[in-house]
Design a protein around this ligand. Structure first.
Ligand SMILES: NC(=O)c1ccc[n+]([C@@H]2O[C@H](COP(=O)([O-])OP(=O)(O)OC[C@H]3O[C@@H](n4cnc5c(N)ncnc54)[C@H](OP(=O)(O)O)[C@@H]3O)[C@@H](O)[C@H]2O)c1
Length: 259
């Protein structure tokens, strides 16, 4: 698709693979010009952009470590120079891989790294993009939370605490921006098949998840991407500050926070 400068622009952080790549493809399909952000894997991001172009969409890859405020400033400046505005931001980058360990085995360094990485990946880009959206008088933010924020269980202390903090951060951003035309939603997936979960999604776990899913299978990145696309719809602005759980029915089929 030719870059006319008239289509809405969305930044998707960490869109080189996994859920972010699927979100980028979905948003391009919905007509957004998509900024495919990545940290190191330029080839993967280029492949996502090429796929979008092959489907008739508009996208560009931009490297930026979203935990670094200077890197974020550079990316935001590039997007503004190219597009003049930022309509949507999806905070997705997996900036701190989950540490799965019980409290007794968890070091403070590992816990702090998870908390800092998760929140740095949201803080800097939110602060800078909200300033742009406030000046525009509109904008839409979606954060990738997790059902781990609600489910306690073996080894989920660090990851769950970080995702709960991210969800609370998003609610505060929603409150501070609600009167500026900006809406904020958190999309909270259950377990999704990506590189990040390859080690924990063994055959037994997949069967448990499939048996407790309305889809009769494990969630795929495209399932989450579709929900993010809907969450960015301006029609959902009245839902600002809320969480859209995408767990294929796990919470009602398996039940309970210790499931
Ligand atoms: N997978 C699940 O089951 C699941 C469930 C619930 C929620 N989530 C959430 O969904 C999001 C995506 O997860 P995923 O499984 O798709 O992750 P993933 O497969 O590990 O993909 C990670 C992506 O994030 C990028 N990234 C990492 N650190 C970055 C940084 N500092 N700056 C910019 N980009 C960075 C990577 O880029 P490079 O390769 O270039 O480094 C890569 O494109 C995460 O927030 C995760 O917590 C996942």
């Amino acid at each position: 698709m030719a870059d006319t400068g008239k289509t809405a622009t969305a930044i998707v952080t960490g869109a080189g693979r996994g859920i972010g790549a699927a979100i980028a493809a979905d948003l391009a399909h919905r007509g957004y010009h998509v900024v495919v952000n990545y940290r190191r894997d330029a080839d993967a991001a280029a492949a996502v952009v090429a796929g979008i172009h092959r489907s008739g969409g508009s996208a560009v890859a931009l490297a930026s470590d979203v935990t670094d405020p200077d890197d974020v400033a550079s990316m935001v400046a590039t997007v503004l120079a190219d597009r003049g505005r930022i309509d949507a931001l999806v905070v997705n980058a997996n900036t701190a891989a989950p540490t799965f360990a019980p409290l007794s085995d968890l070091t403070w360094a590992a816990f702090a790294a998870k908390m800092t990485g998760e929140l740095a990946g949201a803080f800097h880009i939110t602060q800078q993009v909200v300033a742009v959206m406030r000046a525009q008088g509109e904008g839409r933010l979606v954060y990738l939370g997790s059902t781990a924020a609600d489910y306690v269980g073996a080894g989920r202390l660090a990851h769950g605490t970080a995702k709960a903090a991210l969800t609370t951060f998003a609610r505060h951003v929603a409150a501070e921006t609600a009167r500026d035309g900006i809406s904020v939603l958190t999309v909270a997936p259950g377990a999704v098949r990506t590189e990040a979960t390859a080690a924990v999604l063994d055959a037994n776990r997949e069967k448990v998840l499939a048996d407790n899913s309305v889809l009769h299978r494990v969630l795929e990145p495209a399932d989450v991407a579709a929900a993010v696309g809907l969450a960015l719809d301006p029609a959902l602005r009245p839902a600002t500050g809320t969480v859209l759980r995408v767990d294929a029915g796990w919470s009602v089929l398996a039940g309970g926070p210790t499931a």
